[in-house]
Write a protein that binds this ligand. Structure first.
Ligand SMILES: [Zn+2]
Length: 324
């Protein structure tokens, strides 16, 4: 393997690493050995076969130098190819800002065509991914090539952007063998295999080998759920406080009406006691008023008395404005 003009774009990779997806990819790229000889091929198929075909003699293009180098090393490990990484020329537009892989050797080119042509690739994916280690390597390559996962604190979403429907279906079926149930949709003539279920996303990250990422995902999910629960509790408290204020407001209106029309002596001693407690503690809850009244009375007992006061006030209102 030879490298040409191999100056990495640090700013670009630093930016990618700051995203959740970028951190997952960094973790996956640190896995530098394969469990079995088939794993190296599986990784390369995942990496190469689900990307759009690229022009000229290049076999693949990567968004970062590190990924291009990893692809070159993996192809060397899998098939012994001599791979050249070609860096983008200065001043190129973003779409051309990729690191391309080139095979120099004619034998390698022929072998690559035989092994990685569409039909052979599909045969490999359907026949040779039986072992867990190989499937894990395949999914790792695949995610590095065309995967994205959103920060779980924002949204539960992981997707693979496949070049066409045939590849999208192939991937969906492969994932089904591991009991994953992704969705499949089209976007700008590409096929998107996606997950919205947070547990499946965690399992998939673990299967790919991103154990730390899966842990970070779980923690972010727990934090989000705790925050949501706290918000619900605050909303519930606010609603309860408002209910208490509204009820107390109505009770005060009733008591003041009776006070004005008849005086509080118009009430029997139990009701008068309740009315005075409410007048003295306009913001208290029923429970707090029970305490004020000595604690012998239950909330429902006190509520019963306040309802009676309310009915007396209503009858006084009716006397004032009799219904015709
Ligand atoms: Zn394997």
């Amino acid at each position: 393997m030879t490298l040409q003009n191999n100056r990495p774009k640090r700013t670009q990779s630093a930016k990618a690493a700051s995203t959740f997806s970028g951190r997952i990819k960094q973790e996956l790229m640190k896995i530098d050995s394969f469990s079995c000889p088939d794993c190296a091929f599986a990784f390369c198929y995942g990496l190469l076969c689900f990307s759009p075909r690229i022009k000229k003699n290049y076999i693949w293009s990567a968004s970062s130098h590190a990924l291009a180098e990893l692809a070159a090393q993996s192809l060397a490990a899998a098939a012994g190819y001599i791979v050249t990484v070609v860096s983008p020329k200065q001043g190129k537009s973003n779409s051309e800002h990729t690191y391309r892989l080139l095979l120099q050797n004619a034998e390698d080119k022929l072998d690559f065509q035989t092994r990685f042509l569409q039909l052979s690739a599909e045969r490999f994916c359907t026949q040779k991914l039986g072992k867990h280690c190989c499937m894990s390597a395949f999914l790792r390559g695949l995610f590095l090539s065309c995967g994205t996962v959103m920060d779980p604190s924002r949204q539960y979403h992981l997707e693979f952007l496949c070049p066409n429907t045939v590849r999208g279906m192939l991937l969906k079926n492969l994932l089904a063998t591991l009991h994953f149930t992704p969705g499949l949709t089209e976007r700008k003539q590409q096929s998107v295999v996606y997950f919205k279920d947070s547990e499946q996303i965690e399992d998939l990250l673990t299967t790919m080998g991103a154990g730390l990422g899966a842990m970070e995902y779980m923690n972010a999910k727990i934090e989000k759920e705790v925050r949501n629960q706290a918000n619900r509790a605050v909303n519930c408290d606010t609603a309860n406080i408002q209910k208490i204020i509204n009820a107390a407001g109505r009770q005060l209106e009733d008591i003041r009406l009776i006070q004005k029309k008849k005086g509080l002596d118009y009430l029997n001693s139990d009701l008068r006691q309740a009315a005075l407690a409410r007048l003295e503690h306009p913001d208290s809850s029923l429970g707090e008023l029970c305490q004020v009244l000595g604690g012998d009375l239950t909330r429902s007992g006190l509520n019963h008395r306040l309802q009676k006061i309310s009915r007396i006030a209503d009858s006084l209102r009716e006397d004032e404005n009799p219904r015709v």
